[in-house]
Write a protein that binds this ligand. Structure first.
Ligand code: MRU
Length: 354
């Protein structure tokens, strides 16, 4: 057997001897550094600070954070650990607003906590977090296979942000489709938007692909429309942070512009996301909370200001792509062509494949 590939070697998040071990994505690809979180507030702070990012990875991290919350609460108040864990769980829930996988994972954990019996709840809660993590990887594999089947062999693909092993429990959503396509029909090139201002594309997607020997070309976000105009891109593949009940999709800022441009140039625009990213309680994109981060993220680059001191910045970190611009939604339960409220409802009601 050869060397394990990157997505088997590197985990964005892991449970490690009573701590949550996070690969610090802020310093990749130059530095491989891990942060060990020993408490739930430390996990929440790491999510807010983008040590770990990407909707499914945030969900998995929050689930392990919940284990820390429960474990500390049981040590403090063995007979009333549910009440004692509430503040920590609320802190985790508030750590980032847009990625619904965070709330979804904590709801799964709440459900498990409601059913555990007498004695320490920690083993059962930890087993649930591990299960959630494993299921995310399995979902990614399934999406990879379903998505790859939609692509021609040797395709040139365009992607935005980072949706790979780093953004998920492992393997990736949109980048999982790229991986699966590379393993089957092969791919000619992956064009990766640099993804201002955190450069998830230039730093993280490019790193994942280079580490696996896959071809990658990084481009400035503003170059994507010109690339699509050249006519040689088979598909645009992106992930999602929250998909409303009607299919409107929040994802990294710049995704909406990419979808408009893909439609204009007749290029298929695929959203790849697990069922845990669908939020049936939010009717449409207008109801999705959009995180705004510090102005300094736009006005500075690696700590150095590049705008005049009096300039202001607008820094929404996600935008909403209307469902009407999405060619298909690829999930682990199946592909929804031209997603809309009916298609999403049918998907959610469909059986989970075994
Ligand atoms: O701000 P980030 O880096 O957490 O944003 C990540 C994205 O927008 C991803 O595209 C999305 O979470 C899907 S990751 C599989």
């Amino acid at each position: 057997m050869g060397d394990p590939v990157l997505y088997d070697k590197v985990r964005a998040v892991e449970w490690c001897d009573g701590t949550v071990r996070l690969l610090d994505q802020r310093v990749l690809p130059g530095t491989l550094r891990y942060e060990e979180c020993r408490t739930a507030p430390e996990v929440a702070a790491a999510i807010t600070a983008m040590v770990v990012r990407g909707a499914p990875a945030i969900g998995v991290t929050a689930a392990y954070g919940a284990v820390l919350a429960v474990s500390a609460a049981y040590a403090r108040a063995p007979s009333d650990w549910r009440a004692a864990s509430r503040v920590d769980l609320a802190t985790l829930r508030a750590s980032r607003p847009t990625a619904v996988n965070l709330a979804w994972a904590l709801n799964v954990m709440d459900g498990v906590m409601a059913t555990v019996g007498a004695g320490s709840p920690v083993p059962q809660v930890l087993a649930a977090a591990r299960r959630l993590h494993d299921e995310d990887i399995a979902a990614n594999r399934r999406m990879g296979a379903l998505g790859a089947a939609l692509l021609p062999p040797k395709a040139r693909l365009l992607t935005h942000c980072n949706t790979g092993a780093l953004a998920t429990g492992g393997y990736g959503t949109a980048l999982g489709v790229v991986r699966a396509a590379a393993a089957t029909g092969g791919i000619a090139m992956v064009y990766a938007d640099e993804t201002r201002p955190w450069l998830q594309g230039a730093r993280l997607t490019a790193w994942e692909l280079v580490e696996e020997g896959l071809p990658v070309t990084v481009l400035a976000d503003g170059a994507a429309a010109a690339l699509l105009r050249l006519g040689d891109i088979a598909a645009v593949l992106v992930g999602a942070d929250r998909i409303a009940a009607n299919g409107d999709t929040a994802n990294k800022i710049g995704t909406y512009g990419l979808a408009v441009s893909a439609r204009h140039h007749g290029v298929p625009f695929y959203v790849v996301a697990p069922i845990s990213t669908i939020d049936p309680a939010t009717a449409d994109g207008g109801g999705i909370p959009i995180e705004e981060r510090a102005e300094s993220e736009v006005l500075h680059c690696q700590g150095v200001a590049h705008s005049p001191a009096l300039a202001r910045a607008w820094n929404p970190v996600f935008d909403v792509t209307p469902a009407s611009l999405i060619t298909a939604l690829i999930t682990e339960r199946g592909v929804v062509q031209r997603p809309d409220a009916e298609g999403i409802a049918r998907l959610l009601a469909s059986p989970i494949p075994v």
